[in-house]
Write a protein of this length. Structure first.
Length: 358
């Protein structure tokens, strides 16, 4: 199988990497990530104008990419620069709308970057319920830790473990958001639905159709998070190698010490194994075999969860005290690598899922 990127994909990667390198230093990232909004609207607009969101969708959905490797390229670059802007929500909500069909106008707003969307999947203490009425549906309950919930204009909401999926406007009567910051930067929130009345057209899918739509969004999200983690690990690897070359002790670079060389060599092997798992997931993403796709995605998520935590721990230890400081970028990457494992299921869940799918 040929894993070489096409010329268009390489151009996309170069364009995104250059834009982030020139306009997204860690101080700019942190100002948005830990600010009131949890992201930088100016950066979101700039990257939207470059067509980055469009690259996550195929032509039928109004984009120009949409393959597993397109998602991998984009999110690996976003992870390398620790981007907190709401690309994951755009991908997952947009994929759900595309899988449902008949949502061209709403989907166009997401693909263009004009509409910020969030995928609300995890239930809080009061799970969301959907009650059928003569005119449509009524939603009640709360979704927890919805990324960029405070900025979202549209929520794609799963009910009954994905058996039903709804599109809900953030300004619909009865929808409220309690926003908060998260430890790895960016915003999230609890989205509460209190007798939210929806028309029939708000239901994107029901039963097996709803599960198909839900799985399309979750699958894209798993691949995106895995690629994001890979990009973050690559940055941490390069930063740590640079530190081992530059930091002097006893008159020599600490990278000359055999114990640190062995630890770094092990990390390099682990990162390459994680890269192989993400490549395998990206290749399987566009295949017709749903079971093979689900297994590859769970394998990737399990691998980056385990490897990401190890890379974070080792990098901080090899940097010493400076690795924990706010001013040093590695500390922020370490937090993000650990927290990615907890989004859309941790490594334990995905190991169990992988085994169950044999």
């Amino acid at each position: 199988m040929d894993f070489e990127h096409s010329d268009d994909r390489r151009m996309l990667a170069d364009t995104l990497a250059r834009a982030l390198r020139d306009g997204y230093p860690i101080d700019t990232r942190n100002a948005g990530a830990y600010g009131e909004t949890g992201y930088d609207p100016a950066v979101w607009r700039q990257l939207g104008e470059l067509g980055i969101v469009s690259a996550l969708f195929d032509e039928a959905a109004g984009g120009f990419g949409g393959s597993g490797f397109d998602i991998m390229v984009v999110f690996e670059a976003l992870g390398r620069s620790l981007v907190v802007e709401p690309f994951l929500g755009a991908l997952m909500a947009g994929r759900a709308l595309a899988a449902a069909g008949g949502q061209d106008e709403t989907l166009a707003g997401i693909v263009s970057g004009d509409t910020i969307a969030a995928f609300a999947d995890d239930d809080a203490a009061t799970p969301v319920t959907a009650t059928k009425t003569a005119d449509g549906w009524v939603l009640n309950g709360t979704k927890a830790v919805v990324r960029q919930a405070g900025a979202a204009a549209l929520f794609v909401v799963s009910v009954d473990d994905g058996a039903r999926v709804f599109a809900v406007s953030a300004d619909a009567p009865g929808v409220s958001v309690r926003s908060y910051a998260v430890v790895d930067g960016g915003g999230a929130g609890e989205v509460t639905f209190a007798d939210v009345a929806l028309g029939e057209d708000a239901l994107l899918g029901d039963g097996s159709d709803g599960q198909r739509i839900h799985d399309a969004a979750i699958g894209a999200g798993l691949l995106a998070l895995s690629a994001e983690s890979l990009g973050a690990m690559e940055y941490v690897k390069e930063a740590t190698l640079g530190y081992l070359r530059d930091r002097q002790q006893f008159g020599v670079p600490i990278g000359k010490f055999q114990a640190l060389q062995h630890r770094m060599a092990t990390l390099l092997l682990e990162i390459e194994q994680a890269r192989s798992a993400v490549i395998n997931a990206a290749a399987a993403f566009d295949g017709d075999d749903a079971t093979a796709r689900a297994r590859a995605l769970s394998a990737a998520k399990y691998t980056i969860g385990r490897t990401g935590a190890r890379v974070a721990e080792e990098a901080v230890q090899m940097h010493g005290g400076i690795g924990m400081t706010w001013e040093f970028a590695v500390s922020h990457y370490a937090k993000r690598l650990v927290m990615i494992d907890h989004q859309l299921g941790d490594e334990d869940l995905h190991l169990q899922r992988y085994i169950a799918l044999r």
